[in-house]
Unconditional design. Structure first.
Length: 288
């Protein structure tokens, strides 16, 4: 892995070549220790400048001798100087990453894919609905909107996990909750000692909070079961498919629309997505 200087000034970047980064901090996010966040810093200023991303995009994280995995970018571009990725320990590469320590080197290839349509969000109310560890790019989006607060209307966050110990980004959640320019609703599935937030599943809490669909968009990311039961709630509240935005997590290889591994119908999730409106997904013919 070479820095941009080593690749040569002005050279066209090879899309398969990762940027070298150093693990600056490892944060254990959940009480079961299965989810960790990795704060990564670029080795060169040129690489950091070249990596311009928007919330909702992802990157391929590469671990020498193990492989590459697509992971959503959890930091906001407004948080300069580092990238944040939050990784659930699932298999070979994620386990290797979980075993790495602060100071070690790895690679980041990207940014990849199409992020959330922040231009369309300008002046609109935005409802963020997240469940479990799919909150990663939602963290990026909320933080970005808060750092450009005047560009957006009301921001509502509904975020749930099975129990308090599985909620990500606890300090950030508290910081958001302490502000008066964002409406936060954190929930857990069942009562838990010391928990003073809401209790109930995300779809039920969405129904209770009842965000207004006028002049609004809703982003929904979470486990399939949460998405399945949240969609009818949003429809009942009056959100149209064009106002509902999702992010898909199909299996991937190249991440740049070449290998054909990630398709959903005629769309490549890596290049045309991972962010789609429900309207776009509904247009994909049923035989896919
Ligand atoms: C655009 C995108 C963004 C993602 N963002 C995140 C993120 O922010 N944090 C995070 O923890 N994970 C994220 N994922 C999922 C992550 O890429 C996979 O969990 C990872 O590739 C598993 O790699 P592994 O080598 O550890 O597991 P493997 O050894 O390859 O597989 C372990 C297990 O995980 C399953 N698995 C592997 N990949 C996927 C997948 N894409 N979807 C569902 N199941 C899978 C396998 O079937 C197997 O059961 C994202 C995926 C995509 C496509
Ligand atoms: S992962 Fe290769 S085309 Fe999408």
């Amino acid at each position: 892995m070479r820095t941009s200087q080593q690749r040569g000034e002005g050279a066209v970047k090879n899309p398969y070549l990762p940027y070298p980064v150093r693990i600056d901090q490892v944060i254990v996010e959940t009480d079961d220790r299965n989810i960790k966040s990795f704060r990564l810093v670029f080795l060169s200023r040129e690489d950091e400048e070249a990596f311009q991303y928007t919330p909702g995009q992802f990157a391929e994280l590469s671990i020498a001798g193990k492989g590459e995995i697509p992971i959503g970018i959890a930091s906001s571009p407004t948080e300069r100087g580092h990238l944040l990725f939050t990784v659930n320990k699932a298999g070979v590469v994620t386990t290797a990453l979980h075993n790495m320590n602060e100071g070690e080197l790895m690679g980041v290839r990207g940014p990849l894919g199409r992020g959330f349509p922040l231009d369309a969000f300008q002046g609109k109310n935005v409802v963020i609905i997240g469940g479990g560890f799919a909150f990663t790019t939602l963290r990026s989006t909320v933080q970005y909107m808060l750092d450009h607060r005047d560009r957006f209307g009301e921001i509502t966050v509904i975020y749930g996990a099975r129990r308090p110990g599985l909620l990500l980004y606890k300090e950030t959640l508290e910081e958001w909750a302490s502000r008066d320019d964002i409406d936060t609703h954190y929930t857990v599935d069942v009562e838990a000692e010391g928990w003073s937030g809401r209790v109930g599943f995300v779809p039920a809490v969405t129904e209770e909070v009842a965000p207004n669909p006028n002049n609004a968009y809703a982003i929904v990311c979470g486990p399939p079961i949460m998405i399945k039961f949240t969609m009818p709630v949003l429809t009942k509240l009056g959100f149209t498919p064009g106002q509902i935005i999702m992010s898909l997590e199909n299996r991937m290889k190249c991440g740049i629309g070449i290998c054909g591994k990630c398709n959903t119908g005629p769309k490549y999730v890596c290049k045309d997505g991972p962010v789609f409106t429900l309207e776009e997904l509904n247009r994909i013919p049923a035989e896919y």
